[in-house]
Design a protein around this ligand. Structure first.
Ligand SMILES: Nc1ncnc2c1ncn2[C@@H]1O[C@H](COP(=O)(O)OP(=O)(O)OP(=O)(O)O)[C@@H](O)[C@H]1O
Ligand SMILES: [Mg+2]
Length: 244
């Protein structure tokens, strides 16, 4: 048992500094953040604030310059590339604004990839079920280029949830979609999150979307600025007595 094991995500005094031609850039500054299992957390803040960078740290795709990043009891800073790859395979699902599907693979093959990596039996059969669950049972053999934006993001959602990750990271998942399609994708995202009791971290510029999560954290200039708890996102406890 590790100390932070009651939290799924535990960032302690995390700093991220990257080098650019202009010199070193402090991207994240002294971030402290705990997220429980099953929580939904939105991340908001201006462009360049460090939201995507923080997500890269949580996915083990970028290493903190100092501090500790602990996800599901794994101290990512202590793991080598192979261990990080296994961690990503087993624990993390990611959805990006621009879908990131493999263009040379069909929808079915895209969703089967994480299942095959995880050596699940019947990967193709499971992938088909996942696609049917997002309403794409009739598009199994279509390539990403033959799908609409909303359909591609639904394939990406099916793929991200396929191996039942503990943590789902979504970076502006509706950023490239019109509002109606975006709403459908979000509905699906929260449904899958609930069905699998996945911890969700959702980066968004949409305040309405942010408010659908249990908590909202604001990043500004690489620092955690404020945190609000949503009153609407949590299921209200039934009122015992009426007001007044
Ligand atoms: N490889 C890199 N080298 C140097 N600086 C970088 C690198 N990657 C990102 N940055 C800088 O880090 C800062 C944070 O970038 P990040 O992508 O995390 O912002 P963001 O909050 O996700 O913004 P947006 O809302 O526009 O997506 C930006 O100022 C960016 O220019
Ligand atoms: Mg970003």
């Amino acid at each position: 048992m590790t100390l932070g094991s009651k939290n799924l995500v535990c960032l302690s005094n995390v700093n991220l500094t990257l080098s650019s031609l202009a010199g070193k850039v402090d991207i994240l500054k002294d971030i402290n953040l705990n997220i429980d299992k099953g929580e939904t957390v939105s991340v908001v803040g201006p462009s360049g604030a460090g939201k995507s960078s923080m997500m890269m740290l949580m996915a083990g795709l970028e290493a903190a310059t100092s501090g500790q990043v602990e996800i599901d009891g794994h101290d990512l800073g202590k793991m080598d590339e192979d261990a990080l790859a296994r961690f990503r395979r087993d624990a993390v699902g990611i959805v990006f604004q621009d879908f990131h599907l493999i263009p040379t693979m069909t929808a079915l093959e895209n969703v089967a990839v994480p299942l095959e990596f995880a050596r699940k039996p019947d990967a193709l059969k499971r992938a088909q079920e996942r696609l049917e669950a997002v309403g794409l049972g009739h598009r199994l053999d279509h390539f990403p280029g033959q799908l609409s934006g909303g359909e591609q993001q639904r394939v990406a959602l099916a793929r991200a949830f396929a191996a039942e990750p503990k943590i789902l990271l979504a970076d502006e998942p509706t950023g490239n979609l019109d509002s109606t399609t975006g709403e459908m994708v979000i509905e699906l995202l929260f449904k899958l999150q609930k069905d699998h009791d996945t911890t969700l971290i959702l980066i968004t510029h949409d305040p309405r979307l942010a408010a659908m999560c249990n908590r909202t954290i604001t990043l500004q200039d690489g620092q955690l600025k404020e945190e609000t708890t949503s009153s609407t996102a949590k299921v209200p406890t039934p009122a015992v007595a009426s007001q007044g």
